[in-house]
Design a protein around this ligand. Structure first.
Ligand SMILES: Cc1cc2nc3c(=O)[nH]c(=O)nc-3n(C[C@H](O)[C@H](O)[C@H](O)COP(=O)(O)O)c2cc1C
Length: 387
């Protein structure tokens, strides 16, 4: 696949590595691994980057910027094909991954960490051969990202790309007005959090793509056509082909990477994902775990998760009372009457990886996953158009 034909690969063609005939693009496969707290750590990010994809490192609900900077520094030696201090790649300015911010959390926490990453603090300390390298892109999802665009553009290295994940056509058009480089359309199929009132990719993607293109092509328009990506439920090559036909130049995949060998999640969780059938029946969208964890997600968002005792309890409440009678905490406690308290129960469930009580976030595409493979094998399988 040539970079010039694919809008996503063209966007990242300046991220290069050394090869026999000179510099060649580092990102050669139109696949992004989603930022997933607890499910996409350095090993998975390195596996995706080393195989030509673009991993999005999960910044998530961070409280300790130092810990994140340190963790990112330990990602650098795992990345192949990038220059070393002894043998730098000429003019290398970027590291081949994106950092994934949750916008509303960034607002709560303040922009210190973003500044530090834009200054190159995530590169290996003590390098002397070139100025510190910075992440190739900054990803924003969930909440108002607009205040941070100026910051990236004014304080970041020129060429740092901006990726925004959205859940509606309107938000996609707004992101185009903000001149972002990549727009990710997240459908209701997606695992993890997303907009509560969101369309399936089957309509969200083509409608948004069509309007974005129409506005970019209008006479005298100052709007540019961003690279458009699809997110939600994509597990197989035939789906990948379908999103390409609907205008996407690549996919953001979360759930598909979760059962891979390199994902950091526990094996009992991976086994549940591989055994799940009927992706819509075995998952459900809910806010109950955010209430339980007291993460205080803004209104308008929920998350898709594997159905378990907690979500069944919530659904029963809904049936009986016509509304959610219990808060998440109370529902959790009711399941465990014999135990002492919600926090203790939650801590115990975390310790035991008890997915009957904990949220195993995943998308409807889980029903299409049934074999544990490496991240590279999964990426190759997606791009195999023979199916
Ligand atoms: C376990 C898990 C955690 C996630 N965490 C985040 C996150 O921290 N930030 C974010 O922008 N998206 C997050 N997402 C959503 C992804 O960005 C993406 O939209 C989704 O994974 C795509 O759908 P799929 O999981 O069906 O492939 C998460 C998804 C999963 C499955």
């Amino acid at each position: 696949m040539s970079a010039s034909k694919n809008a996503l690969l063209a966007t990242f063609k300046h991220i290069t590595r050394r090869a026999a005939g000179g510099s060649v693009p580092q990102i050669t496969k139109p696949i992004l691994s989603a930022p997933m707290n607890g499910w996409s750590g350095n090993t998975l990010c390195a596996a995706v980057a080393n195989h030509g994809g673009l991993p999005v490192y999960p910044i998530g609900y961070y409280t300790d910027p130092d810990a994140i900077v340190k963790d990112l520094q330990s990602l650098v030696p795992l990345l192949k094909n990038i220059g070393t201090d002894k043998e730098p790649v000429a003019e290398e300015q970027f590291l081949p991954y994106a950092v994934g911010f949750v916008s509303f959390w960034l607002e709560r926490q303040g922009p210190e960490l973003l500044y530090r990453l834009l200054r190159g603090e995530a590169d290996q300390p003590g390098r002397t051969s070139s100025p510190p390298r910075v992440p190739a892109a900054v990803w924003f999802a969930f909440g108002d990202y607009k205040p941070y665009l100026k910051l990236v553009r004014e304080h970041g290295v020129k060429g740092t790309k901006i990726i925004v994940q959205v859940g509606s056509v309107t938000e996609a058009l707004e992101a185009q007005e903000e001149n972002v480089d990549v727009i990710v359309l997240q459908g209701t199929e997606a695992g993890g959090h997303g907009a509560q009132r969101v369309a399936p990719l089957m309509t969200l993607l083509p409608e948004a793509y069509h309007l974005l293109q129409k506005r970019a092509n209008a006479a005298g328009s100052k709007l540019k056509m961003p690279a458009v990506l699809a997110a939600g439920g994509i597990s197989t090559p035939i789906q990948f082909k379908a999103i390409e036909l609907m205008g996407a130049s690549g996919a953001v995949i979360g759930t598909g990477f979760m059962p891979t060998f390199e994902a950091p999640g526990p094996q009992n969780g991976k086994d549940i994902l591989l055994a799940a059938v009927d992706g819509n029946e075995s998952t459900v969208r809910t806010r109950i775990f955010d209430e339980l964890r007291e993460f205080d997600w803004p209104q308008g968002y929920d998350g898709r998760v594997v159905r378990n005792s907690v979500t069944r309890r919530e659904e029963e409440d809904l049936k009986q009372h016509g509304r959610y009678e219990q808060t998440g905490q109370a529902a959790f406690k009711l399941l465990n009457d014999e135990r002492t308290g919600v926090r203790e129960d939650y801590k115990r469930a975390v310790k035991e990886n008890n997915w009957d009580l904990l949220p195993l976030w995943c998308g409807t595409g889980v029903g299409l996953l049934n074999k544990q493979v490496s991240a590279a094998e999964f990426m190759d399988s997606l791009l195999d158009n023979k199916q």
